[in-house]
Design a protein around this ligand. Structure first.
Ligand code: NAP
Length: 336
């Protein structure tokens, strides 16, 4: 990056100053002040003049933005997922892309498990019931849910978050099945998990929790066919990415009670449209993409995103670079 003049960094949302101060010492930093993401034309104009971007998953960084940004050398995404960035195009242009893996894993798993518990035991519905003044007596048939202990949990994608969810499941006395592209014998032995092919996992699990990344392969991984393999008492939890689930099919299955309940932190369209039919159902919990939203974790993510940028600005390969194939040409592209 430019050594003579200070590098220019554009940040697409306000972040804690504890994270940003070290960056301000090294670069000219501009921050989008809004609560909503910068509009595409603003992002395009700011990127055009930037050496580096610090982005969130709500910012689409595509070929058009990169084509307009001749100085751009690094994009630091403050998220573990980076499907909002055209990484292939970034590599083609020798731009390094980084993410913030690891630090949000346990926080996200805690939340996935919170959703699982809440959906199983109808916690949100019960709160609504109480506030609406419908609590008249103790009733033997009121708000019955599913037991968690002794039930079977199916984890799709046994990476960082998936493994932590599996461990929480074991702690609650669940039998845990998992499916992953790669079988993980060490984890199977250590945490007593059983590998299952998707069909078997879907048919046998009482709770199914999704933890695969969004790729061309996982788009609508859960659709009509997969939902129809699930038990009518099954609960589906999605804290991964919205388009991993075919939301129309999910709506039909929930409405017709062909599965019992769902809890989603992510949606095909984010934010979910106010007239989305899922909002009319009682048997789904919908949260606004907050699985990693703990005070400590969000600060740690911001610091890690900044550390990735600082490394790039020093001419070092950032610790969490996701397109290492671009490193050689990136090095060559730096001013000498
Ligand atoms: P991770 O450590 O990369 O784990 C993903 C796992 O899924 C890996 O084991 C991967 O296998 C496996 N996988 C990839 N494609 C698959 C497929 N087609 N079928 C089965 N398994 C497949 O990622 P993570 O940290 O656990 O996070 C998972 C996803 O959760 C992220 O990509 C992100 O989109 C989402 N997330 C959401 C939030 C939120 O706020 N709601 C927070 C954190 C994460 P390989 O390693 O062999 O590719």
């Amino acid at each position: 990056m430019a050594e003579t003049e200070a590098a220019k960094v554009y940040i697409t949302r306000e972040l804690p100053s504890a994270a940003l101060d070290p960056l301000r010492e090294m670069a000219t930093v501009r921050v989008w002040p809004g609560e909503l993401p910068p509009p595409p034309d603003v992002l395009l104009a700011e990127a055009a003049d930037a050496d580096a971007l610090l982005t969130l998953l709500t910012d689409r960084i595509d070929a058009r933005i990169m084509a307009a940004a001749p100085r751009l050398r690094a994009i630091s995404n403050m998220a573990v997922g980076y499907d909002n960035i055209d990484v292939q195009e970034a590599s083609r242009r020798a731009i390094l892309v980084t993410n913030t893996p690891g630090i949000l894993t346990k926080t996200t798993a805690d939340f996935a498990f919170a959703l699982l518990l809440a959906a199983a035991r109808r916690v949100v519905e019960a709160d609504r019931y109480t506030r609406e003044g419908r609590w008249k007596t103790w009733g033997p048939q009121i708000l019955l849910g599913q037991d968690i202990h002794d039930a079977t949990l199916g984890v799709m994608g046994l990476g960082g978050v998936g493994l932590e969810v599996a461990k929480r499941g074991r702690g609650f006395g669940m039998r845990v099945l998992y499916y992953d592209k790669t079988r993980k014998p060490k984890e199977e032995r250590r945490y007593r998990l059983a590998y299952a092919e998707p069909k078997e996992l879907l048919a046998e699990s009482d709770f199914i929790s999704l933890h695969v990344p969004l790729t061309a392969e996982t788009h609508h991984l859960i659709g009509e066919r997969e939902l129809s393999l699930m038990k009518p008492t099954a609960v589906l939890v999605n804290t991964a990415r919205g388009t991993i689930v075919d939301q129309r099919a999910l709506w039909r299955f929930l409405k017709e009670r062909r599965i019992a309940a769902a809890a989603i932190d992510v949606s095909e369209q984010e934010p979910i449209a106010p007239d989305d039919p899922l909002l009319g159902l009682d048997n789904i919990i919908i949260t606004p993409h907050i699985a990693s939203a703990s005070v400590a974790t969000r600060l740690a993510m911001a610091k890690m995103a900044v550390d990735n940028l600082l490394a790039a600005m020093r001419g070092e390969v950032p610790p969490h670079c996701v397109n290492r194939e671009a490193v050689r040409r990136w090095r060559q592209s730096l001013p000498r």
